[in-house]
Design a protein around this ligand. Structure first.
Ligand SMILES: [Zn+2]
Length: 313
């Protein structure tokens, strides 16, 4: 039996049962052990128009244990622990073509080895492409922003700037290596810009909000690179005169622009194993699959103690 959670209408998830999916020659069958709740899933739950229609089986951040493999599978065997770029992850079992899965580091628990968001963070940093000695800002230190901070902290930057309206998150960003913290609700951005010698070489926007885009635009320096990393669930008005005046390079740094998300997943798992990504303080909540309705309600509530939730079927 396979339980699968469906978003059936705005604000309502339903766990249905079906048969265990069958594997093709190059597929692996994975018993899901954890699947992250993505902000995109929450947008859908809240009724924002997203990229799929309802009813939808959600979850694309799965990790788990291989329980069966097709005859042509080369890289995996039953018992292997894997992260997969596949769904629907809010279920007991998923089938994945083997090239969309990666081994997870041996000491990492399943709920920390949620591959897709880590692959997105790898993708975001690689596309932003900072150079040694650059000053880079991450605007928005939610789960994804903090992953970006962790990755960027290893890159030999002059300054790594974290920007958020929540001081608790800025403190966490500092702990992860951001040497400058800015709360735009309390601080004069012009003073910050001056103290950074005219602004940041690269700014990565990870807020999903129009305000975040405006802040990112304000602190990037002339001819700097503005990276739009987050998914925006609604149209964002921008003052393009500033983009024009500053001569900015504006870059989408999301998976749609990725060279190869499978390569990013492989790198992400290597970085996880090497401690570049530290998940202990980021994965704050877990719920069993049957509690998914409650999980999504909590994840939607923007409670300060919540950074990242996972479903552990
Ligand atoms: Zn995601």
């Amino acid at each position: 039996m396979n339980r699968v959670a469906y978003l059936v209408e705005k604000g309502k998830l339903e766990v249905r049962t079906s048969g265990i999916p069958t594997v093709g020659p190059k597929d692996i069958l994975v018993k899901v052990r954890a699947c992250g709740i993505c902000t995109g899933d929450i947008y859908a739950f809240q009724g924002y128009p997203v990229w799929f229609s309802l009813p939808a089986a959600l979850g694309h951040e799965a990790s788990g244990e291989v329980v069966a493999v097709g005859p042509d599978v080369r890289r995996f065997k039953p018992g292997d622990r894997v992260a997969a770029l596949a769904g629907p992850g809010f279920s007991d079992y998923i089938v994945v073509e083997e090239s969309f899965a990666e081994h997870i580091p041996s000491n990492t628990p399943f709920e920390h080895a949620i591959g897709e968001p880590l692959a997105c963070a790898v993708n975001g940093v690689r596309l932003a492409a900072p150079r040694f000695g650059d000053t880079v800002a991450v605007v928005g230190t939610g789960f994804m922003g903090l992953l970006l901070v962790q990755a960027l902290s290893r890159m030999g930057l002059e300054h790594l700037v974290a920007v958020d309206v929540r001081d608790e998150r800025l403190a966490l960003a500092a702990e992860f290596g951001a040497d400058v913290q800015v709360n735009p609700e309390r601080e004069d951005l012009n003073r910050v810009i001056d103290s950074l010698g005219g602004g940041c070489d690269i700014v990565i926007e990870a807020t999903g909000s129009p305000k975040g885009v405006a802040t990112a635009t304000a602190i990037v320096k002339k001819k700097g690179r503005l990276c739009i990393f987050s998914f925006h669930p609604a149209p964002v008005p921008v003052d393009m005169r500033v983009w024009d005046l500053k001569g900015l390079e504006v870059l989408m740094t999301n998976p749609n622009r990725a060279e190869d998300m499978r390569a990013n997943l492989r790198l992400a798992m290597t970085m996880l194993g090497r401690g570049v990504f530290k998940m202990e303080k980021l994965v704050t909540h877990k719920w069993p699959l049957d509690d998914i309705q409650r999980a999504f309600q909590y994840a939607s509530s923007k409670s300060l103690d919540y950074i990242k939730g996972v479903i552990v079927p």
